[in-house]
Ligand binder design. Structure first.
Ligand code: MN
Length: 249
């Protein structure tokens, strides 16, 4: 199983979750929300084999944290993975949208200069703008649109631009989400929880709960749950192979 977008550093008690995920053989991308969280999250993860840490600057925090962009650029050489970054076009963040755009542009430029990164992107109510910025910086690396909620047309454009997608149980739980998942090229789909933000019945999902999305995926892909698991694992291998790094999963 793969949880390719998990805020493990924001769990109240992350160690038992990490231990259990390791026992279950779950591959995990530990995304962060500010560059200041980088060092602590690296320390939290230690040398766990199936976990990678991503360097992030979350669009919802850009208003308060934009000065940490220098720190982002400083740490970028230490990782192949970037996230969570992106844009959020929600009305309550409209005053920071221009600043978010400026920061994301700078992040993508830094990734490009560094030779490309695997980037987990937030694009709520801003999919077209995120795609514009990705299109303008084609050497930034491989973008993974996490919990994509744009239009069918935007999804089509994203796929044409070479984007990947990470999807979770809450996304496959809605009719709109299922419709979008159906349109995604299945060789570019990974699973995620976005936990602890993603909750069911008031409890955050655990990384291994990604398999709650399998019944929907097996129906859309016309295969068994085991084949869904194989497909996403093979996708992950291809993704990290594309990057051509010895540090890949
Ligand atoms: Mn997230």
């Amino acid at each position: 199983m793969i949880d390719f977008h998990c805020h493990i550093d924001l769990f109240k008690d992350p160690i038992p979750i990490l231990d259990e995920a390791e026992k279950k053989g779950v591959y995990l991308l530990a995304v962060t929300t500010t560059p200041k969280a980088w060092t602590g999250t690296k320390r939290l993860i230690g040398d766990r084999r199936r976990v990678r840490v991503a360097l992030g600057l979350h669009p919802e925090l850009v208003r308060e944290r934009h000065t940490e962009i220098a720190l982002f650029e400083h740490f970028l050489a230490e990782t192949d993975y970037v996230g969570e970054v992106g844009l959020d076009g929600s009305p309550h963040l409209s005053d920071s949208f221009e600043l978010q755009t400026k920061i994301l542009r700078r992040i993508l430029l830094a990734c490009s200069k560094a030779g490309g990164r695997i980037i987990s992107l937030h694009s709520r109510r801003a999919a077209s703008k995120v795609l514009d910025l990705l299109e303008a910086e084609p050497a930034a690396g491989t973008p993974i649109l996490h919990w994509f909620s744009g239009s069918a047309r935007e999804l089509e454009r994203a796929a044409q631009l070479g984007c990947w997608f990470s999807i979770g149980p809450l996304m496959t739980g809605s009719a709109k989400g299922r419709k979008l998942v159906e349109m995604m090229p299945r060789e570019r789909v990974l699973t995620e929880t976005d936990s602890p933000f993603a909750q069911i019945n008031g409890a955050p999902l655990s990384p291994w709960d990604v398999d709650l999305a399998y019944p929907v995926l097996s129906e859309l892909w016309n295969c068994s749950d085991e084949q869904v698991d194989k497909q996403v694992l093979s996708n992950l291998r291809n993704l990290t192979g594309v990057k051509g790094t010895a540090r890949g999963v």
